[in-house]
Every structure is written in C-alpha cells, then in structure tokens.
Design a protein around this ligand. Structure first.
Ligand code: BES
Ligand code: MN
Ligand code: ZN
Length: 480
C-alpha cells in the first residue's frame, strides 16, 4: 500500500521516529551514543541506516555520504533506506531535506521529489500471493523543513511517479498465467479511468481488422487471445507537441516452438516489462502536470507453442506492409513491436520511444542494470540520456550501423527476424527501425537487463523493478 507523504514545518507529535541525515565523519544527533553506532558499523555511507535512541526519542540515522558527492538523486537512496528501516513504525518524520542547504549544487526541489520517490519505492512490497506477508506498518511520512508550495508539489509529484513505478513492478510480478493479455488490458482500463486517460482496447477481431500481423503471428500458439491497448493523455493547456510511448507486452515468453530452456523461462513473466513501464508512466502524467500530449501503444500476447503456433520459416505481414520471415520464434518482441511502431508512426508524433525486454544480447553487452539505447536521431538520443540521468536510471547508447542491415536480409521476405551470432541487441534495433516511418524521430530502450532484479537493494525488491517509468515521465515533463 502506498505511503502518504506530507510536508511539515516541524516534527509532528504523532511521529514514532525521526530520520536524521548524517554526513560522513559528521557529528551525530544529540543523545546518540557514537560508540554504539560505530560498533554497529555506521560510518555515514550514503543510504546506510541505524536506529538509535536519541535525546528526543527514536531516531533513524541515515548516512548522506561525502557532502561533496551529494546530489538530488542521492535523496532517492536516502528515502528508500529510511522507508525500509522504519517499516515497523506507522508514522515517521524525516529532517533529511534540511541537509540540502549546505550542499550548493543540489536543487532542493529535485531533492524533495527524489526523496518522495525513494520513500515510496522503499516501502514497496509484492504480497499478492503470501499467506502471511512480512509485516510492513509504515503508512505516513512527514517531510520536515520547507512547506513552500513548490516543495509540496515536488513531494506529490515524486510520490505519484513512484506509485506509477510500483504499478509497473506489480504488473511484472504478477504471474504469466494470471496476468494474461485480457487481464492486463482490464487492469490498464481501470488505471486509465483513475488517471484521467482515454483508453481503447482492441480484441482479436479488431487486431485482425487492423492487420497487426506480428501480434497475430506471435499469438498463434496461445489459447489466450491477444489485446492491443492505446492510451491517450491530453494535457489541460493545449500544446502542439505529441509523444508516443510503445511497450513490449509479452505476458509470458516460452519462446514459441523455438522453445526456451527451463532456466531461460523462469523469469519470463517479466517480458511485458516494457508495457508495464509505459503503463506506470502514463498513470503519473496528469499528477506530474506533463505539458505535452502522449499516446501509448501496447501490443499484448504471450508467446506459447500450441498446435498452430507460428513455425520457423513462416512469413508474417506487419501493419506497414513489410514482411518478416520468422526463423526463430523466440525473437518475438520485434514482431509485435513492428506493428506497434507502424501504428504509432501513422499518427506522426514528434518522437516515439519504445521500451522492450528485447534481447539477452543487450544484457551480455551492458549487464543487468543498464538499458541499451538506440535511436535514429542524435538529438533525441541525447534528450533521452539526460532525462534518464535526472531520473536516476542508467542507459547507454548503442549504434545502428547501416551496413549491419544485411545481417537481417531474408531470401524469401523483406527481412528475417534474427541476425547473425553477434550484435543481437543492434540487429533487433535495426529490425525495429524498419517499422518507424521516414522522418519520425525514434528511440528504443532495450530493458532486458534492468526490468528485473535478483538483488535486493535500497530502492529495489527482488522481481520487477519498474525501470523506465521515471525516465519516461521525466522526458515528457521536460519536453520542449
Ligand atoms: N524476452 C527475450 C529477451 C530477454 C532475455 C529478456 C532475458 C529478459 C531476459 C526475447 O524475446 C528473446 O527471447 N530474445 C532472444 C532473441 C534471439 C532468439 C535472436 C534472445 O535474446 O535470446
Ligand atoms: Mn523471446
Ligand atoms: Zn521476449
């Protein structure tokens, strides 16, 4: 359950605990025994927390690290650490934002937003299937310091973005046999109603009429029907700019007839992580007062191996008329994204951003925590890079060289759906680029690595991470 985060001039009486920031080698709050803390290993490292008793009751001492290295983004870690350490308390307060004053380079508004994001993310838990969930009592946090309207707004926006990210996490964490395409579409409809978005759901008949041959081809092996969902956000004040977000929505990827190994399939409920990130971001646009119109395109199917599954060698005709020879049915994401990018292109947006858990090759290249960024437009790539940096999500650009196009040449169709043995993230990107209309700016984020984590740290829980939500919202908020 989400936290209620408020701003306050001073520590409220109801606070059972106050979280206080301490820089490396700095003095501790009054009444806290320095020897006890040191013996428990507290050294002021960013994000380290110890609960101690101070002169005015319980305090959570939070490390802020070296003051010279403090950034607005540090407060996301700090917030998450506070929420985790305080989970046994219902209502807490924190004075950590006061420590921004000493740090010249830290924007206090960005810090307030990041703190709220961290608090909310640190309190996240997926308990849907637990008979006795680990108790998590934290409900209310008072952020003590400025109560200026700008601070309050930043806290509200940070909380809304993190709630969007929590939604993305939960959608990824839901099992593939539960969150089928129709169920995912139903959840999106409910979110749209709550978040002031227009929502259009296409069923299989509508998808067939729309000639989404990629979605239909991937769906052939499944008993669950596909869905294609479009969401529309229209800002209050009219603005001519429009963005399109596209998200891969494979609700489970068994690989199709080119079946995955048992090991390879274990986390494949995460294969709608791109769609989940787009859904989470869309849910926060209104609260974040995003000034541009945004449309989301979400193709949804699972990739199974039923009796009439797409066979290697089959050819699919995509929405824009181009044909793809399917030589490996496990390279399915590009097939459904091809339809979605074609549709998104038809609306001629100022930019298309797609997110997809697309290739294991991208994880080989960049590891588990960094997304691959590919684009047909250097300026857009730089804009995405800077939005991601502000949002505290790591991306790294990979090239889309023209002379690699021949790696996906097919003897029978316009292209095949796999490249050679090397550069798999790039050849996947090249295939996607074939479905972005000429003249449309497009960026692709391969989030196969960061959409999922097996490691617990302050901001993340095992499972879905909701990676991409913050970058998308930041990009839309700052779109010029
Ligand atoms: N969904 C997978 C990619 C993936 C792998 C995401 C691991 C997250 C973690 C994708 O559909 C896939 O299977 N890609 C293949 C492509 C290959 C057959 C060309 C891959 O990466 O092996
Ligand atoms: Mn696959
Ligand atoms: Zn996949």
């Amino acid at each position: 359950m989400a936290l209620t985060i408020s701003t306050a001039r001073s520590v409220p009486k109801a606070a059972e605990l106050t979280a206080v920031g301490v820089h490396k080698n700095a003095d501790l709050p009054a009444g806290v025994d320095a020897d006890v803390l040191a013996s428990r290993g507290f050294d002021g490292t960013l994000g380290k927390v110890m609960i101690a008793s101070g002169a005015s009751g319980l305090v959570a001492i939070v490390g802020l690290g070296d003051p010279a290295e403090l950034t607005a983004g540090s407060f996301r870690k700090v917030g998450a650490a506070i929420a985790r350490a305080s989970r046994r308390h219902k209502a807490i307060a924190t004075t950590v934002l006061g420590d921004v004053d000493g740090a010249a380079d830290v924007d206090p508004i960005a810090a307030a937003q990041a703190l709220a994001e961290g608090l909310q993310l640190g309190a996240y838990a997926y308990n849907e299937w637990k008979s006795s969930p680990a108790s998590y009592d934290l409900r209310r946090v008072a952020v003590v310091g400025s109560t200026a309207a700008a601070t309050r707004k930043a806290v509200d926006i940070g909380a809304a973005i993190a709630e969007g990210q929590a939604l993305a996490r939960t959608l990824v964490n839901e099992p593939g046999g539960t969150l089928t395409p129709p169920e995912l579409a139903t959840r999106v409809q409910a979110m749209a109603k709550e978040s002031g978005l227009k929502c259009k759901v296409m069923d299989k008949a509508a998808i067939t009429r729309a000639k989404l041959g990629g979605v239909l081809g991937v769906n052939r092996g499944s008993t669950n029907p596909p869905r294609f969902v479009e969401l529309t956000y229209t800002p209050k004040k009219a603005n001519t700019a429009t963005l399109a977000f596209v998200g891969k929505g494979i609700t489970f990827d068994a690989g199709g007839l080119s079946i995955k190994t048992g090991q390879g399939m274990m986390t494949m409920k995460c294969d709608m992580g791109g769609a989940a990130a787009v859904i989470g971001a869309m849910s926060a646009l209104k609260a974040a007062e995003v000034p541009v119109a945004v449309k989301a395109y979400l193709p949804m199917t699972d990739n199974m191996l039923g009796g009439d599954a797409t066979r290697p060698g089959d050819v699919l005709r995509i929405r824009n008329g181009k044909t793809i020879e399917v030589l490996n049915t496990d390279a399915e994401g590009r097939l459904i994204l091809a339809d979605a990018l074609s549709l998104a292109s038809e609306a001629k947006p100022d930019a298309i951003i797609d997110l997809a858990t697309l290739t294991g090759a991208c994880m080989v290249a960049l590891g588990p925590k960094i997304a691959g960024l590919m684009s047909n437009d250097d300026e857009l790539a730089a804009t995405v890079e800077s939005a991601a940096a502000r949002a505290g999500e790591r991306v790294w650009r990979l090239p889309l060289p023209d002379d690699y196009r021949k790696m996906v040449d097919s003897p029978v169709a316009d292209m095949k759906n796999i490249g050679g043995p090397h550069g798999g993230a790039i050849t996947a990107g090249i295939i996607l680029s074939e479905f972005v209309a000429d003249g449309v700016s497009w960026a692709h984020l391969d989030i196969a690595g960061p959409a999922w984590t097996d490691a617990e740290d302050s901001e993340t829980r095992k499972g879905g991470t909701g990676f991409g939500v913050r970058t998308l919202v930041e990009l839309a908020r700052s779109w010029a």
